[in-house]
Design a protein around this ligand. Structure first.
Ligand code: UDX
Length: 450
């Protein structure tokens, strides 16, 4: 089918490239001149594993092309994706101007082309209940184009976005037009393995499905994070509990890993939006309040523990923070736990050295010279009074721990992602504090600071 993607940011580009890979003819529209230039020369403007290779492949085969011209891009389009920003406004509602602007531009171009066929306009953005209906009504009033709006919420995870897009658990389509539903079913034909995984519903249900999914996942994490308090009090191990409950098929194993809090561009924003839309509906959503409060507390508790277990006052201490991105395999630091952890450490007077495999440049923009930026984790730990691990980069699990222990001022590791091996920690002479798991506390080889 002929597909146009308006906005080649994260979601737009992944969607466009994956649809091109499945055989559709895709035209991407990007108005940002710098980004367009990169795309035209085959460069990938974002870091996402596997995306660059797929972009190159689909561009070379001519399945995907890029332009800044909406009119030429929608000429043959059966389906047009609007992948533009829907930033929250100060009052918590969504700024619809980009969505309406892009939708109107597409409809004006279609009206001029005078095509009698239906064009399906797809909204991928996470938007409050009622937004797609509003956009549909707005476009119907503004133009004569024959269009139907559908909501198709996005469930991509950063770092595995290409695989998530090519092998989705389910595809949710909200709308009112049976013809548009049929077009979307045809478009996703190669991705739908079982018919029940292609789910159609009204706009509002699709919009709320997205908030419900992310809030449910964030709730599972906050629930396990709350369990770590009980585990630490009673000497239980949250990892054993995770296995113990995750093996119950009614519960399932995913998103039960405790740690120093969730972050990213979606969970914090969507849970907060759920709170807002609940208020708008006239009630205080106690459940989503609790998810957020637990997440906030978890980051503070992590720093409280560092302060409590350190061998010296925190204001005299140097802490090495390993991991700045909100999770491994991304350079994205939005709402990353490391931001709060570093902020609390600096507020309490500690000196901070920091390392990340991809997120360092982004974090530098936030903290500038308040933090010492280190090219590798070994350098960051050298001379430090403790390491605080905030991101589960697998590389951190295979470091030369004997050398690290010998070069630290005090060999203490606070593992905010429970990803290091406690035996390796013990054998290399560390005090080791995971979250919600028994610590390794052994006699420390305390050194005098020179
Ligand atoms: C999330 C949703 O998973 C995805 O469906 C939606 O489209 C966008 O938001 P993403 O933000 O890319 O995806 O990352 P995800 O892998 O879900 O992790 C989010 C945060 O939760 C990270 O900070 C991660 O470290 C944390 N997390 C995840 C945990 O603390 N424990 C877990 O068990 C899983």
């Amino acid at each position: 089918m002929d597909v146009t993607i308006i906005g080649c940011g994260y979601v737009g580009l992944v969607t466009g490239v994956c649809l091109a890979h499945t055989g559709h003819t895709v035209r991407g529209v990007e108005k940002d001149a710098k980004k367009l230039k990169m795309l035209l020369s085959g460069e990938c403007p974002i870091f996402e594993p596997g995306l660059h290779d797929l972009l190159r492949e689909t561009q070379q085969s001519g399945q995907i092309t890029f332009t800044d011209n909406v009119k030429s891009a929608v000429k043959d389009a059966e389906v047009v994706y609007l992948c533009v920003g829907t930033p929250p406004k100060a009052d918590g509602t969504v700024d619809m101007s980009f969505l309406e602007g892009a939708g109107k531009e597409v409809c004006d171009a279609l009206a001029e082309l005078n095509t009698e066929f239906l064009t399906t306009i797809v909204v991928k953005s996470t938007v409050p209940a009622g937004t797609n209906r509003k956009l549909h009504n707005f476009l119907k009033q503004q133009t004569k184009a024959n269009v139907a709006v559908v909501s198709n919420p996005e469930f991509l995870k950063e770092g595995t976005a290409v695989a998530d897009c090519l092998r989705p658990d389910r595809i949710v389509i909200g709308g009112e037009s049976p013809e548009a539903f049929r077009m979307m079913r045809r478009l996703y034909d190669t991705l739908v393995e079982q018919e029940e995984n292609f789910i159609t519903m009204n706009w509002e249900s699709a919009e709320l499905t997205k908030y419900a999914a992310n809030s449910m996942l964030a709730a599972r994490i906050s629930f396990m994070n709350e369990m770590t308090i009980l585990c630490e009090h009673y000497g239980a191990d949250v990892e054993d509990i995770r296995k113990g409950i995750g093996s119950d098929s009614r519960i399932g194993p995913a998103f039960l890993r405790a740690g120093c809090g969730y972050g990213g561009s979606c969970f914090p924003k969507d849970v907060a939006a759920m709170e807002h839309i609940s208020k708008h509906a006239g009630y205080d959503n106690l459940f989503v309040n609790a998810i957020q409060t637990v997440n906030k507390n978890q980051k503070k508790r992590f720093v409280d523990k560092i302060q409590e277990k350190l061998g010296r006052p925190i204001k005299d201490a140097t802490i090495a923070v390993w991991g700045l991105a909100f999770k491994a395999d991304t350079d994205d630091i939005r709402e990353s736990s490391a931001i709060d952890v570093i902020t609390y450490l600096l507020e309490r007077g500690a000196s901070v050295k920091a390392h990340d495999y991809k997120g360092m440049d982004n974090m530098k923009q936030l903290f500038g010279d308040k933090v010492e930026w280190c090219a590798d984790p070994v350098t960051a730990a050298a001379g430090a009074d403790a390491v605080a691990l905030c991101t589960d980069w697998p590389q951190y699990t295979t470091l030369p721990f004997r050398k690290i222990s010998a070069t630290m001022n005090m060999p203490i590791i606070f593992d905010g992602r429970n990803c290091l091996n406690r035996d390796v920690m013990r054998e290399n002479g560390f005090q080791y504090y995971p979250i919600g798991r028994p610590p390794v506390e052994q006699h420390l080889r305390l050194k005098q600071r020179v």
